[in-house]
Design a protein around this ligand. Structure first.
Ligand SMILES: O=C(O)CCC(=O)C(=O)O
Length: 249
């Protein structure tokens, strides 16, 4: 019988805190390939206007514009990122959290350029998604070394144990807002390039503006179990958008 890739201490930590740092999992030569593909996809997206800027840059803003750029479903645009969603090293870990039947919910590339990278406000992913059951797990991978100042993930440990009410953000349509976060409880998860942070879909998390001279390139894969219902209450079927990535027969 194969050994689980996470030890009991790591599993307990995830159950208790709702996140887990792992890695670096990617080898330097893999990181290099992915960086080149990532940059090429963002170059193309800027030419075609197909990257969404999650930051608020309404004309009446006084301060400098920020960019928190998002490309949804990189796996449908790029073969290297498609391969990553089937990577057995990642799926072996995800299996420890949600079991051996694993489907893709979606993936996204999240790019914070140097100096002008915008924040992602505090949220639980499932406040956006409203999936049931709320047991999805995200793999957030970085292609650059990350610390708090260039947009490492910050989390509130233990916050995954209950949903929290979110309001519509007053300044950007793209993001939700939460009142009353005690930022003293936040933990920044520093990672080396090729490192991964796994988090539960109810773990409160945030990333700061990138004010450093170093860009921050991240890629997130969101995994679910078959039988998960979308916000409209309908169970998501296996299809091109939601492939079955691993199945226990
Ligand atoms: O990459 C970021 O800055 C934020 C990502 C995030 O919030 C997520 O993956 O749920």
């Amino acid at each position: 019988m194969p050994q689980p890739v996470l030890n009991q201490e790591q599993l307990d930590f995830f159950q208790r805190c709702g996140y887990l740092a792992f890695g670096p999992l990617l080898k330097p030569e893999e990181i290099e390939v992915l960086r080149n593909e990532y940059d090429a996809e963002f170059r193309k997206a800027s030419e075609t206007g197909s990257a969404r800027n999650l930051s608020d840059n309404k004309p009446d803003r006084k301060d400098a514009p920020t960019r928190m750029l998002q490309i949804m479903q990189m796996c449908e645009r790029n073969l290297q990122f498609r391969k990553l969603i089937y990577d057995t090293r990642i799926l072996d870990i995800v299996q420890c959290f949600i079991g051996p039947n694993i489907m893709l919910f979606h993936d996204q590339a999240l790019f914070k350029p140097a100096h002008t990278g915008g924040a992602v406000t505090w949220h639980q992913d499932n406040a956006y998604w409203k999936c049931q059951p709320a047991n999805l797990v995200s793999c957030w991978m970085t292609l650059d070394d990350v610390v708090k100042e260039n947009g490492a993930m910050q989390v509130i440990p233990g916050s995954h144990l209950r949903p929290v009410h979110h309001d519509q953000n007053q300044t950007t349509d793209a993001l939700l807002e939460i009142k009353g976060i005690d930022v003293n409880e936040a933990v920044a998860v520093d990672l080396p390039a090729g490192g991964i942070m796994f988090h539960h879909c109810q773990t409160l998390h945030y990333t700061a503006p990138n004010t450093t001279p170093r860009q921050r390139r991240a890629f997130a894969i969101h995994f679910m179990t078959p039988g998960t219902a979308a916000r409209n209450g309908e169970v998501m079927r296996v299809d091109f958008k939601h492939p079955m990535l691993r199945m226990c027969v």
